[in-house]
Write a new protein. Structure first.
Length: 233
């Protein structure tokens, strides 16, 4: 039977899922609390990783080693990199990469991890398709996009930085954990999908938008995750 690891960077992103879960085991490691049990009829492990790529990678490796998860979902919020993607909309990853990795001095394109054969980490196509389908069903009031998600250890709140990232990487949204989760999943051979609800426009208005729209964005993301689990085989 499948067992899905569900990662959110912040407690707000996983709190509602934890409340609905029938918990059979609580496990603590590396400052993280992993709740194992049944959620929407599916065996699952729900965890708050903490913010940033190192926390996210450590969290994903623990899910692989301790729980032998068969799939990983990362749910949370992000800043839009495209004008047509509005606050509240959802982006589902086609692939994910690190926008703050730069080994161009060694001949690698910006964003590529040296000595790895892939430029970006591709999300599982079946998980992507299911996430898009259920999102359209449970969140009909918003737009759903499939595209590249880019990650870095930065909260993007300046228009010039946003434009540089958008131009270099053709990303749909930017956040701080997805690429680390994707890379760790890739290295362990675990299928994954990154789901991001847009909380801000990743520009000079980001600090103003963030607090206002965070709860709304999380609600859309949680609704999608619940329905995804009901339909995941």
């Amino acid at each position: 039977m499948s067992k899905i690891g569900i990662i959110g960077a912040m407690e707000l992103e996983v709190a509602a899922l934890k409340e609905d879960m029938k918990v059979t085991r609580t496990f603590k490691k590396a400052g993280m609390e992993f709740l194992e049990g049944v959620l929407e009829g599916q065996e699952a492990v729900v965890v708050r990783s903490g913010v940033g790529k190192v926390n996210a990678a450590v969290c994903t490796q623990i899910l692989a080693d301790e729980f032998q998860v068969t799939a990983v979902i990362n749910t949370g919020i992000a800043g839009s990199l495209k004008k047509e993607i509005n606050i509240g909309d959802i982006v589902i990853s086609t692939d994910v990469l690190h926008h703050d990795v730069d080994a161009t001095g060694f001949g690698y394109p910006a964003g590529q991890i040296p000595q790895m054969d892939v430029f970006s980490f591709a999300a599982d196509e079946e998980m992507r398709a299911l996430a898009k389908k259920v999102c359209e069903e449970v969140n009909p009031e918003i737009q759903v996009f499939e595209g590249r998600i880019v990650s870095g250890d930065q909260f993007i709140s300046e228009r010039a930085v946003k434009e540089k990232i958008s131009t270099c990487f053709a990303g749909y949204c930017t956040e701080m954990e997805g690429a680390a989760i994707a890379q760790t999943s890739f290295l362990n051979g675990i299928p994954f999908v990154i789901i991001r609800a847009i909380s801000d426009k990743a520009d000079d208005s980001a600090t103003m938008d963030y607090g206002t729209f965070e709860a709304q964005a999380v609600e859309h993301s949680v609704r999608l995750t619940r329905e995804f689990l009901k339909n995941f085989l």
